[in-house]
Write a protein that binds this ligand. Structure first.
Ligand code: SAM
Ligand code: SF4
Ligand code: SF4
Length: 330
């Protein structure tokens, strides 16, 4: 079987597909000043085009696809796309990352369409802090989404929290308690320079080490050893055997680029070989130019060979990419 490999020998197994660049939240670390003008609709990949691209990627060894955005549940009838992608032979895992706004109503339909699991973003368990961080006062609704996802079996449910100094670092242990109580995998993510305001500052980053230490004080942790090296999160279970799990994703202070297995496809059909790529590669143009399947395969293989060795956040000359997380597909 073919396996996509980059020029550093890393096997590419995970594809993140952004299905829309629109979002109904205004998280200050992502879209603080609102959305850029919408790209013309015809620039966006259709479901048929996403299905075709996904089928080729899976034939090239992609095992895991994550649908993301923007807010993926804003794309009309996303269940139709889920159904198409879930049916691809050879795909092991289909996940979706959402802000959870409409998840309570959509969870059942997504599960029935073939989605395996969801990741839900919740930065705070205090309604006022949640509102301050996301721009919307809807914590209860999102928590209802977590319950619905668990009820219908979109599990294991992961919950993402971006930890930012002065906003929610005092809630880290409480969120660990939430993981125990609700049996979720709670993932704490370091703030990365991918905000549209370009206001990221190193001083705002709460390090993975600090997060780990804070949780350990209240709930001693034991590392979970996973089989594959490409996992972004360091994972921990609770030493007392309580349910739930902790994941710490520390791309700034503990980069894991050497084991990166990811590639991204934006809503407008551009392949990004790294979150921090400065160049993009138009798969959309290839698909629409009626290139043969063999030509598209060759193109993808050549693009993957250009994958960056690592990010340069910690280098003096680092420059933030022009696109924000909401446009890249986090
Ligand atoms: N809208 C969906 C959501 O928020 O879950 C999916 C897209 S969002 C871009 C995917 C993930 O990226 C979210 O969990 C979000 O918290 C994270 N994210 C966005 N901007 C970030 C930043 N500057 N640093 C770290 N993580 C970020
Ligand atoms: Fe929207 Fe997700 Fe970005 Fe928040 S993190 S603004 S929910 S795309
Ligand atoms: Fe992979 Fe780029 Fe993220 Fe590093 S920064 S883990 S190379 S996507």
């Amino acid at each position: 079987m073919t396996i996509l490999k980059d020029s550093y020998g890393r096997a590419i197994r995970d594809l993140r597909v952004s299905v829309t660049d629109r979002c109904n939240f205004r998280c200050f670390y992502c879209l603080p000043h609102g959305e850029p003008p919408a790209a013309p609709k015809e620039m966006m990949l259709s479901y048929e085009e996403i299905e075709y691209a996904s089928e080729i990627f899976v034939a090239l060894g992609i095992e895991k696809i994550r649908l993301t955005g923007g807010e993926p549940l804003l794309r009309r009838d996303i269940e139709t796309l889920v159904r198409k992608v879930a049916a691809l032979p050879g795909l092991h895992d289909l996940a979706l990352t959402t802000n959870g706004f409409t998840l309570a109503e959509r969870a059942r339909g997504l599960k029935d369409a073939g989605l395996n699991r969801v990741t839900i973003s919740i930065d705070s368990l205090k309604p006022e802090v949640f509102k301050k961080m996301t721009g919307v006062d809807v914590l209860d609704r999102v928590l209802e989404g977590v319950r619905a996802a668990q009820r219908v079996g979109l599990t294991p449910v992961k919950v993402n929290a971006v930890v930012v100094r002065g906003h929610n670092e005092d809630e880290v242990a409480d969120m660990a308690a939430f993981a125990r109580e609700h049996d979720v995998l709670m993932r704490f993510i370091e703030f990365m320079p991918l905000d549209s305001g370009h206001e990221w500052s190193r001083a705002d980053v709460v390090s993975g080490r600090e997060i780990r230490a804070t949780i350990n004080e209240r709930f001693p942790l034991v590392p979970v050893h996973t089989e594959r090296g490409a996992e972004t999160a360091s994972r921990y279970r609770f030493a007392d055997g309580a349910p739930g799990e902790i994941g710490i994703i520390a791309p700034v202070t503990e980069p894991f680029c050497g084991a990166c297995s990811r590639i991204r496809l934006t809503a407008d059909g551009q392949i990004r070989t790294c979150l921090f790529s400065k160049t993009e590669h138009s798969l959309r143009d290839r698909i629409r130019s009626n290139a043969s399947r063999a030509e598209i395969v060759e193109y993808i293989e050549s693009v993957v060979m250009k994958k960056e060795p690592r990010h340069y956040i910690n280098d003096a000359a680092f420059e933030q990419p022009a696109r924000t997380m909401s446009l890249i597909g986090g």
